[in-house]
Write a protein that binds this ligand. Structure first.
Ligand code: PGA
Length: 256
């Protein structure tokens, strides 16, 4: 099996500003430039839409790749508040998050719309990081695998056999709560997802863990055989913390 590529992705959510994002990306870019070449991992920052153009400009000639936090399934039309793949491509943005639990919880995102968005991203050459994960109530009811499996089945058929994308397992109870899944809990679900991907000939898909990842728990999570990186919210807002996690990933890369 081709080894999945490692990805360290930051999700700024509805945070930052033009000035802060410029300072942040300059500091991160300089930090990355001091790491041994080739980096051989993907470093991605998902920024709010209003910052994307500035982020693309600031991240030019650095190892930082910029992502959107969502994308629509149509290319144009009467979809107030949405953004299309062409709009992202016009800026040079070629990554996006899809199906983040906050979209599912607060903005009516469903398995069907996640699939539609993912399908459009693939058609348009945008690389999605598709998020799945169970709530606390679902975990406590012993439904983790059933929920993750339902969410995965909703889009597994549209995943291309070759192409770049990632799946992020983000247990909702661990997001922004300071309660990280233990490395064993994360590995258990990641192994379950990997087995399903393997049966679809997609086993090289990078599987990211997300949910209260920080510099002091990242190495242990990444040491798990089926964890290929992280989607990091709160701890990605400080450039030095995010950089330290990228450094960890680079140092563990060859041991994976
Ligand atoms: P968190 O967020 O790291 O702040 O828990 C992760 C995410 O929502 O992607």
């Amino acid at each position: 099996m081709k080894k999945p590529r490692l990805i360290v992705a930051g999700n700024w959510k509805m945070n930052s500003s033009l000035a802060d994002s410029t300072r942040y990306l300059e500091a991160l870019g300089t930090g990355l430039a001091s790491l041994p070449r080739p980096l051989a991992i993907d470093v991605v920052i998902a920024a709010p839409f209003t910052l994307l153009a500035n982020c693309m400009q600031t991240a030019r000639r650095t190892d930082i790749q910029i992502a959107a936090q969502n994308v629509h399934w149509a290319d144009t039309g009467a979809f107030t508040g949405e953004t299309s793949c062409s709009m992202l491509k016009e800026l040079g943005v070629n990554w996006t998050l899809i199906g983040h639990s906050e979209r599912r919880q607060f903005f009516g995102e469903t398995d069907v719309t996640v699939r539609q968005r993912a399908q459009q991203a693939f058609h348009q050459g945008i690389r999605p990081i598709i998020c799945i994960g169970e709530t606390l109530a679902e975990r406590e009811a012993g439904k983790t695998e059933a929920v993750v499996s339902r969410q995965l089945e909703a889009f597994i058929e549209v995943l291309p056999k070759s192409g770049e994308f990632a799946i992020a397992y983000e247990p909702v109870w661990a997001i922004g709560t300071g309660k990280t899944a233990t490395p064993q809990q994360a590995e258990e679900v990641h192994a379950f997802i990997r087995a399903r991907l393997k049966s679809a000939n997609l086993e090289s898909t990078p599987l990211l863990y997300g949910g209260s990842v920080k510099p002091d728990n990242f190495a242990q999570l990444l040491a798990q055989p089926n964890v290929d990186g992280a989607l990091i919210g709160g701890a990605s807002l400080v450039a030095a913390d995010f950089l330290s996690m990228v450094r960890t990933a680079v140092s563990l890369r060859d041991k994976k």
